[in-house]
Design a protein around this ligand. Structure first.
Ligand SMILES: *[C@@H]1O[C@H](CO)[C@@H](O)[C@H](O)[C@H]1NC(C)=O
Ligand SMILES: *[C@@H]1O[C@H](CO)[C@@H](O)[C@H](O)[C@H]1NC(C)=O
Ligand SMILES: *[C@@H]1O[C@H](CO)[C@@H](O)[C@H](O)[C@H]1NC(C)=O
Length: 265
């Protein structure tokens, strides 16, 4: 009998697991059909008019593998035109291999921005080259009307986003008219850059998004706490009513005692 019970208990525990595992397998079997082959970012850049930049990425193993894997989690790349890369080459060749990789990775942010959301997400952005606070490698995205520009502390002139090279969630690629120069690799621009100013503005649009995402979670304890409070209050009022009740007979008896005492006296 005991063994039978044990067997039943084991079945009760493992049968649902087995069933859900089978369901999971069925779902997993379907999954690979849905996503098409991950797009090749460098190929997409080359196709969209950034052949020279794509070639530099392909020639830098670090940059190439990072670009390729960044595509999985969402990425927005800004590829300089072939003309821009050509005139930048003497300075590029002057960089170490690490510097080259950082410069290339500086041209992408680890977030997918469709054209519309790029225009509404002005501010300081970290890039694929960002590595903690020691290697900030950030730039500032700003709109001038419909024109999206990218400013770094190392350049007098902001790069301008010229066209959309590729846009399919989770990958967006935009062509820019200059190579972006990170201040970590190049001398800061001479003019006292007003770049730090937009930083607080930049964080502002991001914050509400985060809050919106967390709101259901953050609010969850709220209503629960509110529900708990009236319950406690009800309990408390019951308690105080209960503790008040024993007092009543005394209050009623006291005058009688006093009267009897008075009568006896
Ligand atoms: C992507 O395309 C480039 C050519 O633009 C090629 O060299 C590279 O091997 C491709 N990468 C992958 C992961 O297919
Ligand atoms: C190359 O780097 C050296 C020092 O790091 C610098 O003096 C020189 O101007 C650089 N050349 C170019 C073309 O940027
Ligand atoms: C951007 O990088 C600069 C240094 O290059 C740093 O001083 C600044 O704090 C960074 N801004 C943000 C918002 O990370």
């Amino acid at each position: 009998m005991r063994r039978l019970h044990l067997a039943a208990a084991v079945l009760a525990v493992f049968l649902p697991l087995a069933v859900s595992a089978a369901g999971g397998k069925a779902a997993a079997a379907k999954a690979p059909v849905a996503p098409p082959a991950p797009p090749n970012i460098t190929a997409a850049m080359a196709k969209g008019g950034c052949k020279a930049f794509a070639a530099l990425v392909a020639a830098s193993p670090d940059a190439h593998s990072t670009f390729q894997s960044a595509g999985d989690g969402g990425v927005t790349a800004f590829c300089p035109s072939d003309d821009a890369v050509r005139s930048f080459m003497p300075r590029y060749k002057n960089l170490s291999a690490d510097g080259k990789a950082s410069l290339l990775l500086f041209h992408a942010v680890p977030v997918y921005y469709a054209p519309r959301s790029l225009k509404s997400n002005n501010g300081v952005m970290n890039t694929l080259a960002t590595d903690g606070s020691a290697n900030n490698f950030n730039f500032t995205v700003q709109n001038e009307g419909e024109q999206v520009t990218i400013k770094t502390d190392a350049s007098d002139h902001a790069a301008r986003v010229k066209s959309t090279v590729y846009d399919k969630d989770p990958i967006a690629i935009y062509a820019v008219d200059t190579v972006l120069e990170p201040v970590e690799l190049f001398e800061p621009a001479e003019s006292p850059a007003p770049a730090p100013a937009p930083a607080p503005v930049a964080d502002a649009p991001k914050a509400p998004k985060k809050q919106a995402r967390h709101r259901p979670v953050a609010d969850a304890p709220g209503p629960a706490a509110e529900d708990a409070a009236p319950a406690d209050q009800r309990k408390n009022s019951k308690k105080s009513a209960a503790s008040a009740a024993p007092c009543l007979p005394w209050a009623a008896v006291l005058p009688v005692v006093v009267a009897v005492a008075a009568a006896l006296a």
